[in-house]
Design a protein around this ligand. Structure first.
Ligand code: NAP
Length: 242
């Protein structure tokens, strides 16, 4: 298996996309670190699924927006597993709110988890990723990184910023052998969507497992053809109209 004995850190792996990716990585022989996720119970559920298939998993739970907590978690995790080959910046938060109701503190909250956390966590991981002969970083952006969506100004701004950060970093570390990708899904049926878009039903929605499949392709494919970003829309949307 291509990813055998690799170590992957995944943020927000307690459910939805993060949990599906963690399971898919474990099936490929990866040692998986469920990193961050405020709810330890949710992370433990994902960990149990991985243990049930005989996979290797560690859990480091905590609020990543608390920078000192993030740093402590990172050094504890690194001490425990010894290295990192793959970083998946997946934890995030959506917000459905009119621009005029989006207070400075809501804006800061969204920007913190969706942009600042991936930025700082990647800085922490980079020295270790440079030691890997096959390092990859995947930033889970969104279709909202590509277009404006009414009632989602803070979320849209945060994902545009995450995509901008991804583009710059990808160029900066490419010659160190580190591949940096953005994946931009839309309409994945997870807790986030159930809360932020209660009008949507599972029909025609992307599943977290489908997104995980695409991420696995990015991680396993290491040829001369470099894929910078993959954009995925739900079947209920018109192709090329996100
Ligand atoms: N679902 C979609 O349609 C969709 C579309 C495009 C992009 N995305 C992106 O995909 C990613 C995963 O979302 P999802 O749809 O799978 O929803 P989800 O199940 O709600 O996952 C979000 C995860 O982020 C974690 N998280 C949030 N704030 C955190 C914090 N301060 N510290 C640590 N962890 C935190 C949550 O952990 P706790 O629950 O423990 O707090 C949760 O596990 C997000 O970045 C989202 O923006 C989703």
């Amino acid at each position: 298996m291509v990813l055998d004995n690799r170590v992957a850190f995944i943020t927000g792996a307690g459910g939805g996309i993060g949990s599906a990716v963690a399971l898919a990585l474990a099936k490929e022989g990866c040692n998986v670190v469920l990193f961050g996720g405020k709810s330890i119970e949710k992370l433990n559920k994902t960990a149990q699924k991985i243990k049930d298939i005989g996979g290797k998993v560690e859990v480091f739970s905590g609020d990543l927006t608390d920078e000192s907590c993030m740093k402590d978690l990172f050094s504890s995790a690194l001490n425990k597993v010894g290295k990192i080959d793959i970083l998946i910046n997946n934890a995030g938060m959506a917000l459905n709110s009119a621009f005029e109701d989006t207070t400075a503190s809501l804006f800061d909250k969204i920007m913190n988890i969706n942009v600042r956390v991936p930025y700082i966590l990647t800085q922490l991981a980079l020295p270790e990723l440079k030691k890997s002969d096959r390092a990859s970083i995947i930033n889970v952006a969104s279709v909202v990184a590509h277009a404006g969506y009414a009632m989602q100004s803070a979320y849209v701004a945060s994902k545009h910023a995450l995509l901008g950060f991804t583009k710059s970093l990808a160029g900066e570390v490419f010659d160190k052998g580190i591949r940096v990708h953005a994946i931009s899904p839309g309409g994945v049926y997870t807790d986030m969507v159930k809360v932020s878009r209660p009008d949507l039903t599972p029909d025609g929605m992307t599943t977290p497992e489908e997104v995980a499949e695409v991420i696995m392709f990015l991680l396993k494919h290491r040829g001369n053809a470099v894929i910078d970003e993959i954009l995925i829309h739900r079947a209920g949307k018109t192709p090329f109209l996100i």
